[in-house]
Design a protein around this ligand. Structure first.
Ligand code: MLT
Length: 327
């Protein structure tokens, strides 16, 4: 055996040994995981729909995992600030992200993201999906979606529409409304639709397109005016609210979906444990009922896997790039 091949052989052996040594902590890490509380980052302000889903799921998953799941609201820049935080966190399973499909809209709307959306995160699993709903402040005269949108077109320079930052669901829905009505409105950005809804209820803002999770309770409470469900079907719990297509606006539809992510490099055994706790929560009838009460649905159980999440994620990246190309 020549010196070179001997040297190469020794380097290969030492590299394999080093890899084996490094692998041990990851396996041990996974076997004992979790040994301390887990941070679930919500990239929007407390009190909004994303936060609501995180607190509901976090409580259930924490009981399954045996460690508290602490929701941390890291808001800003339409959800990209919180996403960046998680993309740079230790891949040890103690930091996860709960976000909606706005994570796949960001690359089309931001040219300065400090993470690569396609590679920065591990897919843990999808949660639920639902429609957006167009709501207005109580003081609006408009008594129907048609009256609202006619009034908005005639008063475009006076209308204020709230959203949760560029790339948020409420922002993208506002872009769809602008495109359908052929008018631009003044957008007012918030750190989440929790605070945006508060200002709508207070009459500070005219219109908001929000997730049904946040809009349904306010509509049921009579604190805002419900104009249209931006979907093909009505929501059972607010069945008197027509859909935008019924009101004559067939292109004014938008659905959202939520999922959980972990930093790239999180051991697959840990991802599997978090996914298992998520699946247990999704299989709990009380969770399904709470989601349905605000107009959202679970994915089919066959899609509760990280692989199905990744397939949807990649498809959404492509769809959003097309949808938002001219924004
Ligand atoms: C959105 O508009 O993206 C969400 O409603 C933001 C939030 O959950 O607050």
């Amino acid at each position: 055996m020549t010196f070179d091949s001997l040297w190469t052989r020794r380097r290969l052996v030492s590299a394999a040994a080093a890899a084996a040594v490094l692998a041990v902590p990851a396996i041990a890490l996974a076997q004992d995981y979790p040994t301390k509380p887990i941070t679930m980052v919500v990239p929007f302000a407390a009190g909004g729909p994303t936060d609501t889903v995180a607190r509901l799921l976090g409580e259930h998953m924490g009981r399954t995992l045996g460690q508290q799941i602490v929701v941390e609201n890291v808001a800003g820049a339409g959800g990209t600030t919180g996403t960046e935080r998680v993309s740079k966190a230790e891949p040890d399973g103690y930091t996860v992200l709960l976000h909606h499909q706005g994570i796949t809209a960001a690359p089309a709307l931001y040219n300065n993201l400090r993470y690569d959306t396609k590679t920065a995160l591990e897919m843990v699993g999808m949660i639920n999906h639902g429609p957006m709903v167009v709501v207005g402040k109580k003081g609006l005269q408009a008594a129907s979606a048609k009256e609202l949108f006619d009034w908005m077109k005639q008063n475009a320079d006076k209308i204020t529409m709230a959203h949760a930052g560029v790339g948020s669901n409420s922002h993208v829905c506002g872009l769809i409304i602008q495109k359908v009505l052929g008018q631009k409105f003044t957008f007012v950005a918030y750190r989440g639709t929790g605070p945006a809804m508060n200002d709508l209820v207070a009459g500070q803002i005219d219109v908001l397109c929000d997730q049904s999770t946040n809009a349904v309770p306010q509509i049921q409470g009579g604190t805002v005016k419900a104009y249209a469900v931006a979907d093909k079907a009505r929501i059972d719990s607010i069945k008197d609210v027509p859909t935008a297509p019924e009101a004559g606006f067939p292109d004014m539809t938008m659905r959202l979906w939520n999922a959980i992510y972990a930093p790239k490099g999180t051991p697959k055994e840990i991802v599997a444990k978090v996914n298992a706790a998520l699946r247990k929560a999704l299989a709990d009838p009380s969770i399904k009922e709470k989601f349905a009460a605000v107009g959202t649905s679970l994915f089919p159980e066959s899609e509760w896997t990280p692989e199905a999440h990744h397939k949807t994620f990649l498809a959404e990246l492509e769809r959003q790039a097309v949808l938002l190309a001219d924004k």
